[in-house]
Design a protein around this ligand. Sequence first.
Ligand code: TRP
Length: 334
Amino acid sequence: MKKEKEIVMSGIRPTGFLHLGNYFGAIQNYVKMQEDYECYFMVADLHSLTTHPDTKELKANVHRVLAENIACGLDPEKVALYCQSHLYQTAELYLYLNMLAYKGELEKTPTFKDKVRQHPDNINAGLLTYPVLMAADILIHRAKYVPVGKDQEQHLEITRTYANRFNHRYEEVFPEPFAFNFNNELVKVPSLDGSGKMSKSENQMATIFLADEDDAIRKKIMKAKTDSGPTLNNSLKPDYIENLFLLMKLVSSSETVKLFEDKFDNCTIRYGDMKKQLAEDMVQFISPIRKRVNDILNDEAYLQKVMKQGAEKAIASAEATMQKVRNAMGLNYF
Ligand code: TRP
């Protein structure tokens, strides 16, 4: 008998442009998982309404995030790649879970408090119940594994709480979902200004986006901070130099990395040369992805097909769960 695949679910916020950190941190993980798991990857368009009521750019953002994920290797034939708003069953489960979600608990969630600080004029109930909607996204597929970063750990804990509450109050329906990443250690992609990770909201010049043109990539890398080089053989690398090597390890060949490591160790390194090499290797890495993204974005019929096909797979899985949920709750009068 064929062993059933374990279920993986994750949500991607449609916030526009993905960068190298997203690529190595998140998308690569999804791409590896699609081979061995039953995967549901969702564009979290409804979640974005909690903070962005203006929807003028929503469609373009949804298209972009789909195109970028596909261009990076996510295969809509292998996974269910869908939009949250196409899965109406989520709204139903969200409503039921809201009865198991206590206001006091939700108010204590750190992400809620952060958002209250950022959007003091729009503290709506959707924002308060953001974790309930996320729990519904995950539980609707009875997923076991959720590939997310550390910042979502709290939301997963809340999801486990609701799963357990539901199971205790009614019947055992939901497994407990846990964060899961392929590489135990998530790949860190350092920013180009020597501090922190690449991020969309921080310094844009220190972050390489998948949509960056070749010249923009070169310019960003050539601007990265360096110094006049080591003066003692086998010195320790300062953080900002270590970061350049980390980036090089991601996109250059191991021979290239070794060449510059050796030059650093014997104090003959010229950072200008190293950055030029890194820039060219980065361009080689990014430009095919950027071209694929643009091709996909220009083919709206294809994107619609992907969304439709994704929604069909997601609906089949969700409807099976909701039958169990309605039965467990006694909402089965016919
Ligand atoms: N809250 C997640 C984020 O900000 C996005 C998300 C929505 C999600 N629903 C999800 C992630 C379900 C994992 C599972 O990134």
